[in-house]
Design a protein around this ligand. Structure first.
Ligand code: IPT
Length: 973
């Protein structure tokens, strides 16, 4: 019998931090010291196990001529070597820390480089890796430099003594799995590789050492105080302020402060005898005072997002242009804060946040979420002293790298690690090193180590209680008192998976009402769908399971406000409206508008206001609105002009606030906030002489412009157009929030709907009756195996050219589940592919996601009405539609007027096909266009991870009556 021998752990299974690196220090993008990017095409070889190949490839004379090449930075699994894999919390290998599987894809990388001719002599050189997943051994010219761990943090190695003018050989062995993988269980793709920059930095004699810029702002005096800690002999100059001080020397002077709204930076320089480092300094002071987080003396409100680094082709190897694109999109959508979930981002991203103005929670690269599946987080590295050095190493490398960014206002220990001694040690270290920034960590409800009470996905009711400081007490009275005095944030909320999130407006009202509630961070910024093509070349985005993973979490990786290609989703448009920093309100018909400045620091002088008076067929009049430059929190009321309105019908005022001048993130004229106020309500149409139904030839009934099947009472033709239906419809292709995969089965709407059979309703015709002016069809709509039903009466009347349908629905039995939708579905010829409507738009809206829908006249092709959620699901409804018109190329088509206004949806496939498709190429246009004209829609909520819909957005089965008028207008109308 053999016994398992305790072996010395190989470096990649050792829980200790990496080895051989220089002490961590501040990262800066440039200085006058020479540097050489080692990004480029490297030689690459993939092995199936950590030790499948020996280390001879690290020798300069090794012959790697037959190797393939790979770009660096990159993840090899996105370049044809192996495949990506997605799990949310599950470790994709047996949990036996610190061991990892023998099957451990290992990428050997080799790069040969010459020093540029002008590379300076003397001094030293540092070789910097900004990120490698998950562990690597590094050699230069055959000499081992050390072991890299801590994937999303930099490490530098001293290499000056090894460099030669030509033919330097850098060799890096990267293991997909390592002990460090246990610390990096974030909800994302597992993507190994050298995914951030590799740079050689000359370190001249007397080069700049590490430095820590302290730039405080006293809002009472308007003075900034600058003090830079650095090695002896460094001087700091700020020409604009006339400052020239030594390291360690403080200077106070009147300055303009830095805030996310007013990101004022001062150009500066740190100089030593050997190096000049350009700096950008922002003066600001963060305090927690009276239970509120304040910057420069004022409460701030986070209108935030969680940002993972993601690109649909390059994974987490994100280039500068993409980082900037993210930030421009955020600023353009009124977002003012980023949580760098769940690891420090590429360091350049933070410089862009300083420049463009965002509050940042910088989060450490730490998550041990998979241990939650084991009883009581058994074996959690965050509570195991063997791992504490690695945790401290990560905390130090984050803080040292990023400490000079004014944008960073909070340090976060990591995400979802349970609780433990390691986290406490991190908090203590960070507090000692940087006492001027509060510490965040959501995973410990007692907040023992933190300064901010933070939660994820708490529902509105609980958030309101917390806002009143009336939350359920902690057992320990001292901790409870401490926590109750803390400011509160939702570090994650409003899970943006698929269609949604719903309920944003209600959260925002809470944040604006309770001082303690300092906003939140929507989960999350972008869908992590990977760009793929089906055999015929049609592109789509892949999610978990598409690469044959043994374990995976499906499309839970696609839960962002942006589609993977960075197209804003309706959720982002909604969020922009909900968080707009100017409130424009007024009572319908009053003609008075109240404008409130919701900024925390900026007055309104950067905005230009305008009004427009709009009727159904366009703008009647418009002009500028003189709004005083209100200070933050101030309001004013203004009278709106009431022009003579000759167009007839209803009318609206639209009031808009746009940028008055170009900014770094959008051009003058960019819309920041808007509102619509009703001016004139619509009048009901004048009655017209009725037409009577009559029997036609071939078993049909004729009523006005409609021809019906005499046996079933179903509409067959409207003038020349063949029509299928309309029939009662209650089914929608469940959204991710309807599926609510994380909820208990009894609270998963889609499951309850399917169990009841709402996707397979049967229509029994109980009577077809012609009497007087009307054709009345009585039906009972119900699923098999149930006695629940919706008694549905269709009553058709007509004038010569218009056909009117009134639908009366009466539920039978005890309906315990809400309906997905309530309305009619009808099929029209596929040639009617151009839609026009008057009502809410331009984008989709549902009962609890309709803040951004504005009344107007819109046109779109049926194809363009679709929202391409990565996993197909209900989408594309337009709210408050008064009428919709579907036309063919010749301009002829069918118009539907609703009474009351309706939810309008049109698509080239049925709901059943939408429901069945797993990816967008599964949606194949058929011969018909299917319209849903809905009287009601169930809300959306956020139950894919978090609370479901608020009670008022529930579509209960209840008696309902609604009407549509169908007509075939003359061309051009
Ligand atoms: C929460 C995670 O922090 C985040 O990374 C992401 O996984 C999100 O959920 C869902 O997409 S944790 C969850 C158990 C509440």
């Amino acid at each position: 019998m053999t016994r398992e021998q305790p072996l010395a752990l190989p470096y990649y299974e050792d829980p200790a931090p990496g080895t051989g690196a220089l002490p961590p220090r501040a990262w800066y993008p440039a200085s006058d010291a020479a540097r050489l990017s080692l990004n480029g095409r490297w030689g690459f070889r993939l092995a199936p196990a950590a030790q499948a190949e020996d280390e001879s490839f690290a020798r300069p004379d090794f012959d790697a001529a037959h190797w393939e090449t790979l770009p660096v930075p990159a993840h090899w699994v996105l370049h044809g070597h192996g495949a990506p894999a997605y799990t949310n919390t599950l470790y994709p290998f047996p949990v036996e820390p610190p061991y990892v599987p023998t099957e451990n894809p290992t990428g050997d990388h080799r790069f040969t480089f010459d020093l540029p001719g002008d590379w300076p002599g003397g001094g030293d050189a540092a070789l910097r890796f900004d990120g490698i997943e998950s562990a690597a051994k590094i050699w230069l010219n055959g000499e081992e430099l050390g072991v890299f761990k801590g994937s999303r943090l930099p490490a530098e190695y001293s290499v000056g003594h090894l460099l030669r003018p030509e033919g330097n050989v850098l060799a890096v062995r990267v293991h997909q799995w390592s002990a460090a993988s246990y610390l990096e269980d974030q909800d994302q793709w597992w993507l190994p590789g050298i995914f951030r920059d590799v740079t050689l930095l000359h370190r001249p004699e007397e080069a700049a050492g590490d430095f820590f810029v302290h730039a405080d702002y006293d809002h009472r005096t308007g003075e900034g105080t600058l003090l830079v800690d650095s090695n002896h002999g460094s001087r700091i100059t700020v020409p604009e302020l006339g400052l020239d001080i030594a390291a360690g020397e403080a200077a106070s002077i009147a300055v303009e402060p830095w805030t996310a709204e007013t990101p004022r930076l001062y150009e500066a320089e740190l100089a030593t005898a050997g190096e000049r480092v350009p700096l950008r300094i922002g003066f600001r002071t963060i305090v927690i005072e009276d239970g509120v987080l304040k910057v420069n003396g004022r409460r701030i409100l986070f209108r935030g997002v969680n940002r993972h680094e993601f690109h649909p082709e390059h994974g987490r190897a994100v280039d500068l242009a993409t980082m900037r694109a993210d930030l421009l999109l955020m600023k353009q959508h009124n977002i003012n804060a980023v949580r760098t979930s769940h690891y420090p981002p590429h360091p350049a991203f933070l410089g862009l946040c300083d420049e463009l103005g965002l509050w940042v929670i910088d989060e450490c690269d730490l998550e041990t979420h998979g241990f939650v599946k084991l009883e009581d987080w058994r074996g959690n590295p965050a509570d195991d002293d063997r791992w504490t050095p690695a945790l401290l190493d990560r905390a130090a490398r984050m803080v040292e790298r990023d400490k000079n960014h004014p944008a960073i206002v909070i340090w976060s220990l990591g995400n979802e690690c349970g609780t433990g001694r390691g986290l406490t040690a991190m908090a203590q270290w960070i507090r000692a090193r940087d006492p001027h920034r509060p510490i965040h960590y959501e995973g410990d409800r007692t907040c023992a180590d933190t300064d901010i009470y933070s939660r994820m996905y708490a529902d509105h009711a609980e958030v309101e209680l917390i806002g009143r400081r009336e939350e359920t007490p902690l057992e320990d009275p001292a901790l409870d008192a401490k926590r109750r005095a803390m400011p509160f944030i939702l570090c994650e909320y409003a899970h943006a998976m698929g269609n949604g999130p719903g309920g944003l407006s209600e959260y925002q009202r809470l944040f604006e009402t309770h001082e303690r509630l300092q906003g939140g961070f929507v989960w999350e910024w972008i869908d992590h769908g990977i760009a793929q093509r089906i055999a015929d070349g049609t592109p789509y985005f892949a999610y978990g399971g598409d690469f044959g993973e043994e374990l995976h979490d499906g499309n839970f990786v696609c839960d962002g406000l942006l589609f993977p290609d960075r197209t804003p989703s309706p959720g982002l448009i909604e969020y922009k409206k909900v968080i707009e920093p100017v409130r424009i309100e007024g009572d319908p018909g009053s003609g008075t508008v109240r404008i409130t400045n919701g900024h925390d620091f900026a007055d309104l002088s950067h905005l230009a206001f305008g009004w427009a008076y709009e009727a159904e067929d366009g703008t009647v009049a418009e002009g500028a609105l003189a709004v005083p430059p209100l200070a933050p929190g101030e309001s004013t009321e203004l009278k709106l002009p009431s022009p003579a309105h000759t167009h007839g019908g209803e009318a609206w005022w639209t009031v808009r606030a746009v940028l008055a001048a170009d900014t770094a993130w959008a051009a003058a004229g960019h819309e920041v906030a808007w509102a619509q106020l009703a001016a004139v309500r619509p009048e009901p149409p004048a009655p017209q002489p009725p037409a009577a139904p009559r029997r036609g030839e071939g078993g049909v009934l004729v009523l006005g412009p409609g021809t019906f099947d005499a046996a079933t009472g179903e509409l067959r033709h409207l003038r020349g157009f063949q029509v299928t239906g309309p029939r009662l419809d209650v089914w929608r292709a469940p959204t991710d929030n309807d599926v609510a995969a994380l909820s208990p089965a009894g609270r998963q709407p889609a499951l309850l709907w399917r169990k009841l059979g709402l996707h397979r309703m049967r229509h029994r015709i109980a009577g077809v009756e012609m009497s007087g002016d009307a054709l009345t069809v009585t039906t009972r709509v119900a699923p098999a195996a149930s006695d629940l039903a919706l008694r549905t009466v269709y009553r058709w009347t007509a004038t010569d050219d218009r056909l009117r349908l009134t639908v009366d629905v009466t539920p039978e039995g005890d309906w315990k589940v809400p309906l997905p939708r309530l309305g009619v579905r009808l099929g029209l010829p596929g040639s009617l592919g151009d839609a026009a409507w008057y009502g809410g738009g331009p984008g989709e809206a549902y009962p609890d996601t309709r803040a951004a829908s504005r009344i107007g006249r819109y046109t779109a092709t049926v194809d363009a009405l679709q929202t391409p959620y990565v996993r197909p699901q209900e989408n594309g409804a337009r709210a408050d539609v008064r009428w919709a018109h579907l036309r063919g190329e010749d301009g002829a088509g069918i118009r539907i007027d609703g009474e009351p206004a309706f939810w309008f949806t049109a698509r080239r496939w049925t709901t059943e096909q939408l429901d069945a498709a797993g990816h967008t190429p599964g949606l194949v246009p058929g011969e018909r266009i299917w319209l849903n004209l809905d009287h009601g829609q169930q809300g959306i909520g956020s139950a894919s991870c978090g609370p479901g819909i608020l009670p008022r957005y529930r579509l209960d089965a209840a008696p309902a009556s609604f009407s549509f008028t169908f007509s075939v207008p003359d061309n051009g109308q």
